[in-house]
Design a protein around this ligand. Structure first.
Ligand SMILES: [Zn+2]
Length: 138
């Protein structure tokens, strides 16, 4: 049997986001599983470069990249975030900033970074899609 394929998500801990984010990622990236790295108001704290959080996310991401051969990382922002109660426009700026921070870590394993927004119906909308290098199947 083939080994399952993985992507990683950097997401809020909000329980409304977990299944929609996982389903979207599995469908769009054609992976079997999603390693979910969560924190309340993740994108706000990430963009603000909270040292403790960045250290912790980096450590979890390394495990996903190395043990599960993750090649795509998806950052998730969402409607009605209690941990990051700012308007959508501000959250999308934070999402963009978070993607820049993630890129600056220069993990050689990461081939693609995606930003999504979960709207009022908790449906995923693609916001940013960065291909850092050619993927093997493209
Ligand atoms: Zn949230």
């Amino acid at each position: 049997m083939d080994r399952p394929t993985f992507a990683a998500a950097i997401n809020c801990m909000d329980g409304r986001t977990i299944i929609p984010a996982t389903e979207w990622i599995k469908q769009h990236l054609k992976v079997d599983c999603v390693d979910m790295i969560t924190e309340p108001g993740m994108i706000g704290a990430f963009a603000a470069q909270d040292e403790r959080l960045l250290h912790s996310v980096k450590r979890m991401l390394q495990i996903s990249l190395r043990a599960h051969a993750t090649r795509t990382v998806v950052l998730v922002a969402h409607f009605d975030c209690v941990g990051n109660p700012v308007p959508k426009e501000k959250q999308l700026q934070q999402l963009s900033r978070s993607i820049q921070i993630l890129r600056s870590w220069e993990f050689p394993e990461i081939e693609r970074i995606i930003g999504i927004w979960l709207n009022e119906q908790f449906q995923a909308e693609l916001i940013e899609d960065h291909r850092l290098r050619e993927t093997q199947d493209s």
